[in-house]
Design a protein around this ligand. Sequence first.
Ligand SMILES: [Zn+2]
Length: 394
Amino acid sequence: MHLTEHKLPNLPTTVVGSLPRPEAMRDALKKRRKGKISDGEFQTISDDAVRAAIELQERAGIDIISDGEMRRENFYSFIAECVDGIKLLSLADLLDYVEDKSGFERLLQSLDVPAFAIHNPVVEGKLRVKKPLALDEFNYARGLTNRPIKVALPGPYLLTRSMWVKSLSYETYPTKESLGADVVQMLRNELIHLRDAGCFFVQFDEPVLSEVAFAGPHATHTFMCAALSEKASPEHELEFAVELLNQVVEGIDGVKTGLHVCRGNWSRKDDVLLAGAYDPLIPYFAKMKVSQLVLEYATDRAGPVESLLALPEDKEIGLGVVNPRTSEIESAEFVAAKVAPLLKKRAPGSIYLNPDCGFGTFSDRPVNDWETAERKLSALSDAARLIAGNGAVR
Ligand SMILES: [Zn+2]
């Protein structure tokens, strides 16, 4: 099916990407990391998990669904399996290569990050794609549902910035720009493959843009780019991010593209995550040639929704109205209050409703459980129908 063949309701609902991986899936991922599971066994377990993830979203009434990112360890390091030239280092291993070791160590402790469990992809040779990043995942999911599908990919800035570690990458890629060019080509090819296969929506995840905007040139406040050195001014970094993303999507029609930016989603401790309104990022969002901006607003750390009215009118908004990190279920009134300022100024077909971020994030430490994720997604679609249908809760 192609982009135009799906009829969506007003206030379409979707997910940002991941769902919590069921225990069998987490186990299989762990075994795969240690080489203790056959490809066939992994395939069977992950196929089951994807089927369950899709059934969950269909039961919950979500319009545009994902495969729950079941097969991925997390939202970005999975690409190491698909691409030569990248190796995975645990954050603890990464310490050996980081220039400011004690700073990085303090950072990991203060951020509540499981340093031994999380693996960061690092470039140590020329990038060569061995297998598609997400096309196989998409093709399997497409066989299980008639609903339009969203696929999330790590964004080009995140990949370029987090994978370039000077002492390991310099010989192949002397500058971040040289690595960026290969990352762009890789993502662009994948986007075209997904479009040709009938994918409805490809979302690029760039969670570090908020860090760049809120933390300033010398501070590092999330672990994903903790290995960064030679970080330029926020303006320069954000321009670089715009350039990379636009090179990925330039001229590719027939698939909806989006950019997701949150403030970090690895811990339920709100105070270790970044805070700040999107305002400093809006001028850069406006220049990005994606159809939709997928942003978090269920958390108070995001500031007022009205900031988004500064975006050009042709940009769709994927409004986060459900917090993936909490246990309580959002009410329709809560969702209605969040979306109301936008509905006054924008067409309801241009506003999508979604959770703030994924429910899984890292396979070893999901930010929520399966049952809560389903209840939250059901509440999301109920609220969307109420608000779009008769305005009963407005
Ligand atoms: Zn996110």
